[in-house]
Write a protein of this length. Structure first.
Length: 280
């Protein structure tokens, strides 16, 4: 019975691995094909079944009549990285305050304030798009990196607060009390005692912020026109009446590369137990 269970278990893992890895295999092989190679039927082995070509990759940087996506790629790095960093800093400070101190304004309590942050992610994006559009137009920030940065901070800040409030609630309050007995102020306690013990939570919050910010298409599309463009919008713009699968496959691999790197970094912490208690 145990042998049968193990056989079914490993078979399920194998099937799931094939299901997950097949799109990557298809994207890698297609990115090195030409139009004839794509339309000529399914082929997988280079040099034996098809002749590899760099046309798809060259088109991403302006070659072979393509569109240079290096600018949008850099814009995505700047906007996503900056918004994630600012959201983590502000969100961590807000989360610590909500976790350690009691706020009261009429019937509003800490739990209500925390729910207010989280509720910003509950609303459908289309509900937020119009207010964001009108606000950025009023400020003269439509189709600018600064405007997108403000919007992304508003979108990512609730994620940081949500993750860090839950993490701080599980950090023993005795650490704060012992630091206060030693003469530390609440701010000094936060920076010298609590923050060094909160690295796992910071990494998880940062991971969520980076993933959500990097993959966002809706707001990057609705709040920009021609002057500013992020990577998801640039990839969609590659499509035409004849879908260039070779270019789209190469761009998909380039766009997912930072997330794969992020996964490896987080996996290193997981393997060393560095994120113990960060995810519940």
């Amino acid at each position: 019975m145990k042998t049968l269970y193990l056989a079914i278990k490993y078979l399920a893992i194998l099937l799931w691995s094939c299901f997950v890895l097949f799109p990557f295999l298809w994207a890698v092989t297609t990115s090195f094909k030409t139009a004839n190679g794509v339309t000529g039927g399914a082929t997988w082995i280079p040099w034996l079944q098809y002749k590899p070509s760099l046309q798809g990759w060259q088109s991403l940087f302006g070659g072979s009549g393509g569109t240079d996506i290096s600018g949008p790629y850099l814009n995505s790095i700047i906007v996503t990285g900056s918004a994630s960093l600012i959201s983590i800093v502000l969100g961590t400070l807000a989360a610590y305050g909500l976790s350690r101190f009691t706020f009261r304004a009429g019937f509003i309590r800490n739990a209500d304030i925390t729910f207010f942050f989280i509720s910003q992610r509950i609303m459908p994006p289309i509900v937020l798009a119009i207010p964001f559009f009108l606000l950025l137009r009023q400020l003269g920030l439509l189709d600018t990196l600064a405007g997108l940065l403000l919007v992304y901070i508003a979108l990512l800040l609730p994620i940081a607060v949500w993750v860090m409030v839950d993490f701080f609630n599980n950090v023993p309050r005795q650490l704060d009390e012992m630091a206060w007995l030693d003469g530390c102020t609440p701010l000094t306690t936060f920076y010298r005692v609590i923050l060094p013990n909160s690295v796992p939570g910071l990494i998880v919050a940062g991971m969520f912020c980076l993933i959500f910010g990097w993959n966002d298409f809706f707001f990057a599309f609705t709040l920009t026109f021609t002057d500013t463009q992020l990577l998801p919008v640039a990839i969609v713009a590659l499509n035409s009446s004849v879908t260039p699968w070779w270019s789209l496959s190469a761009s998909a691999l380039i766009s997912v590369a930072p997330l794969i790197l992020l996964a490896f970094v987080v996996e290193r912490f997981l393997s060393r137990g560095g994120l113990a208690g960060a995810v519940r």
